[in-house]
Design a protein around this ligand. Structure first.
Ligand code: DGJ
Length: 357
């Protein structure tokens, strides 16, 4: 059965090979320049010097694909439809090497940002050490001199050890603090994560913390390689995962999910004028059939399309945990209605959608 599935998968990729893509077809096979389904799950995009780079989890076939057997894969594109395979940007370390990113660790949701001051490309990702399943709840950082890598693993950590958030008094009134206190000395839980670089160059690491109960938004140091120690607890006891943060017209927006493992659930959204202050929840941004399960997907990134007015895309994953490599990408345009993000399903769409608005 598995062999037949692989054959169908390969034929679908082969059929599409060589064809220039002119649209997005959410949930379908998405062939790269070699005709192979893109392998960059839980990913994030970086726009640098006129090129988009897509970084994501390189999955392998079967259940083993839920662990990192290869590393972080990178693709590049000028138009967002057609992606060139740039290979493995961050490779996992050999088994038995003692590295935190040893083969078969769990390495999820890699995101890359560029530091204007140092000229370095900085990658952060959610990391679970080999054999610890989801108990390590660490974040890892790697650095490179060029966008496509190779990235050198720097270290992994639990953030903000021994630190109180800037909004401690208000946030503790709104939710529980037991897990926060438990992890106070050793560092806070860090699972699903996102990065956001603000207009002033300050970068933030946004992660599900406190056993996923509460989200933390942490400022990074100027070189983006560490936590500055300044952070806020947001959405206390709301169990958010899959964060994506972007800015539009002076508002910071958040799109995320609830916590149901690999199964899809209803997305969440929120906005604020100050990234470290209170967020106003705006409910499920998805509308229409399938909205209650984010069209079978889970958010991973929100992209501002370069050179277009008011053009934002929600990037989401349709996980296939039984055959991880077959996970699908659901990219959909974000509309804004009364200041709220709204996401609708489209079988097929292209960037001219934003011209018609
Ligand atoms: C949901 C998360 O968003 C994914 O990144 C992954 O950690 C799965 N849970 C694992 O069940």
């Amino acid at each position: 059965m598995k062999k037949i599935a692989v054959l169908i998968f390969s034929l679908a990729c082969f059929a599409a090979c060589g064809k220039e893509l002119k649209s997005f077809t959410p949930g379908e096979i998405w062939p790269d320049d070699n005709g192979v389904h893109i392998n960059a799950h839980g990913g994030g995009l970086l726009f640098h010097d006129g090129t988009y780079y897509w970084f994501g989890e390189h999955k392998v076939e079967g259940d083993a694909g839920n662990r990192a057997m290869v590393g972080v894969h990178c693709y590049s594109s000028k138009d967002l439809y057609n992606w060139k395979d740039e290979g493995v940007a961050l490779a996992v370390a050999p088994e038995g090497s003692g590295s935190d990113i040893e083969k078969s660790c769990i390495l999820e949701r890699p995101k890359v940002i560029y530091n204007e001051k140092t000229g370095k490309f900085v990658m952060w990702f959610h990391l679970e050490l080999v054999g610890e399943e989801y108990r390590s709840a660490r974040t890892g950082v790697a650095v490179a001199d060029s966008a496509t890598g190779p990235y050198k693993f720097v270290r992994s950590l639990r953030p903000n050890a021994g630190q109180r958030p800037i909004n401690w008094d208000e946030s503790k009134k709104k939710g529980s603090t037991d897990i926060f206190e438990r992890d106070f000395e050793g560092g806070q839980f860090s699972r699903d994560m996102a990065l956001f670089v603000d207009d002033d160059g300050k970068a933030y690491h946004i992660h599900s913390s406190e056993e996923n109960k509460t989200t933390h938004i942490s400022e990074l140091t100027d070189d983006y390689l560490d936590f500055s120690g300044k952070f806020a607890r947001v959405f206390p006891d709301r169990y958010m995962e899959a964060p994506a943060v972007f800015k539009r017209g002076g508002w910071y927006y958040f799109i995320g999910s609830g916590c149901t493992g690999w199964d899809p659930n209803a997305a969440r959204s929120a906005r604020t004028k100050d990234i470290m202050d209170e967020w106003e929840e705006l409910g499920n941004p998805c509308v229409g059939e399938g909205a209650d399960i984010t069209f079978g997907a889970q958010s991973t990134y929100a992209l501002k399309v370069e050179g277009m007015d008011d053009a934002y895309i929600l990037l989401a994953d349709r996980w296939r945990p039984k055959n991880a490599i077959d996970g699908r990408y659901v990219w959909l345009p974000i509309d804004f209605e009364d200041g709220k993000p709204v996401v609708r399903w489209h079988d097929e769409w292209d960037l001219s959608y934003f011209d018609k608005k």
